[in-house]
Ligand binder design. Sequence first.
Ligand code: SF4
Length: 353
Amino acid sequence: MRRPPIEPLLEIEKLSTHFDTADGLVRAVDDVSLRIEPGRTVCIVGESGCGKSVTARSILRLVDPPGRIVAGSIRFRSGDGVVDLAALDPGGPELRRIRGKEIGMVFQEPMAALSPVHTIGQQLIEVLRLHEQLGKAEARERAIAELRGVGIPQPERRIDAYSFQLSGGMRQRAMIAMALACRPQLLVADEPTTALDVTTQAQILRLLRTLQEERGMAILFITHDLGVVAELADRVAVMYLGNVVEECDVDSLFHDLRHPYTRALLRSVPRIERRARRRLPTIRGQVPHPQQRPSGCPYRTRCDHVVPGQCDAENPALVSDGLREVRCVHYPTAESIRDGHDLRPEEVVADAG
Ligand code: SF4
């Protein structure tokens, strides 16, 4: 049943972030539209180089030159109004206020994000004093409470530790404490569990889910891992070479998907029930170098369902049936998406190994 529309917290429309390099133009993010409702989780999934991290960094306006937003808007509900983050000065006071206070961020490698010459407490206290105007003693008390809130044992002691004195899991918890200290409405998390072992990864995902339930924040989670998507997502955007190729709710992704790339991604996930010793199918070929993006549909060099004369002519538009969006010549209308046009069997999927 269709839910009544909810005002989005974040609405990205036709966002393009390009890198004009000496070797040519890289369209890292191209015509991407996405929306996140309050309290919900959207996962962006895709192979490396698909543009998912650049999308996250574009929202936060943390794209380094020569990258720049060349088109589109990023409308974020801030206070009583809506601001277009794409139109703000990346180094200006309004964006600095929004980043940290209203939008928190966690990255894959906390060692790169945390200062090695300041203790965890000094960094957390600085965030709290900057955004919440707390006095020193009050900020320290809050910092200890925040560390406790993310499951760091003995926070009264750990607050004076340096990042290199903590384990990978503890560092990521400290990073989450810092990102969420000011109770942001949105957390942008870019592969925050990728560098962690499986047990710690599961603990961090559980922590994020618990904090989300307690605080009602929305999460934009960037990952290449469909297991993480299954754990966390309400909605999923699948990206390939800078484009969103399919956007749908998480159940549809796993049980009623459409786009050939999404199908291939799902086929390449190991499943316990698959016959032992059977080789896992992989997506044939490699993701093309971004400077050698194929004409037409960028997935056509790896796709098993190419329609000659169409797929190489132009990149299909993203078509919506009101519940999901798909970018493929096999789904040119809302009806074709709803009907779930059955693609012919895949005969050219290469085996791994
Ligand atoms: S548009 Fe063509 S090449 Fe692209 S995914 Fe669809 S069938 Fe494959």
